[in-house]
Design a protein around this ligand. Structure first.
Ligand SMILES: N[C@@H](CCC[C@H](N)C(=O)O)C(=O)O
Length: 279
């Protein structure tokens, strides 16, 4: 019997990461997603649960290799998660032997390819570049929002607010991140990126993610940063972005924003019946 159909016996999961952006992945194909908001929060608890930046739940798809739903550890959901998309793509590629697959996410169909040398590329789609699609609460210039520091905004299926700063290391993410995440200009809250332009093909970035956390990397955030930096005239369309957990290649092509980077499988585990019964 598929163990996800009967979780009173426990629930298997994978722990993976992409550049230290860490994930619990539950494979619910062949069953309904067993994950509720309270379960997402409990699994995400780093002391009393497993701990993750995002939870990805795989279910059967009508038109792709797999459907994926993403949860943040505060129990909110996100339509996009770039680093977890690479991890899920790797699972499907390892399983099928295919080097090109398609994921269905809340941001639509995302093609992914094996880029060799342990790297996976995912086409994260075209950015949302109108105020109502990011979304913002009013019509303002997306390249210079009316917020101190004049950040730019872009949607990658999820909202991003990108500040260009002189010194990314010097930014106090813990105070600036939540203040912008909850700024009234962002009706669905926002992810917050601070980028330092090293040269026209290189960016240093640190991130505060919607959901209330500093993470070592954010794939959709790196895509949004590349889009905003290019639209401000600071960089080319193809850049290397250095995050706290490592580097991503971002290439804004005619068919969408491609993100290339590594994935890592850390361990396989089993949520115990006792843990699940306590949720
Ligand atoms: N780590 C992610 C982004 C996850 C979702 C984000 N916190 C949100 O709520 O939009 C990535 O790699 O893209």
């Amino acid at each position: 019997m598929n163990q996800v159909k009967n979780i009173s016996n426990g629930l298997p999961f994978l722990k993976m990461h992409g550049l230290g952006n860490d994930f619990v992945i539950i494979d619910a194909r062949g069953a309904e997603s067993p994950v509720s908001q309270s379960m997402a929060r409990a699994i995400g608890e780093r002391h009393f649960g497993v701990g993750y930046d995002q939870l990805a739940v795989l279910t059967d798809s009508d038109d792709a290799d797999v459907d994926v739903a993403f949860w943040n550890s505060d129990g909110s959901m996100a339509n996009a998660c770039g680093n977890a998309s690479r991890c899920v793509a790797r699972i499907i590629m390892d399983e099928t032997g295919d080097s090109e697959i398609v994921l269905r996410t809340g941001n639509g169909l995302l093609p992914a390819v094996d880029a060799g040398n342990g790297l996976i590329s995912v086409n994260m789609g075209q950015p949302q570049l109108t105020w109502d699609t990011v979304p913002l609460s009013k019509d303002v210039d997306l390249n210079a929002l009316p917020i101190d520091g004049e950040p730019g905004a872009a949607g990658m299926g999820n909202p991003h607010c990108v500040f260009v700063v002189d010194d990314a290391e010097g930014v106090n993410l813990e105070t600036r991140g939540p203040a912008i995440e909850h700024h009234p200009l962002f009706p669905e809250r926002t992810n917050v990126e601070f980028i330092e332009i090293i040269d026209r093909r290189t960016i240093r970035m640190r991130v505060w993610e919607r959901g209330g956390m500093i993470t070592l990397a954010c794939g959709s955030g790196a895509c949004a940063a590349a889009v905003v930096a290019h639209r401000k005239g600071l960089t080319e369309r193809n850049v290397t972005i250095h995050l706290d957990g490592g580097a991503l290649q971002i290439d804004w092509r005619d068919d969408g924003v491609w993100m290339t980077g590594p994935t890592a499988l850390v361990f396989q585990g089993h949520l115990s019946p006792e843990f699940l019964a306590g949720i």
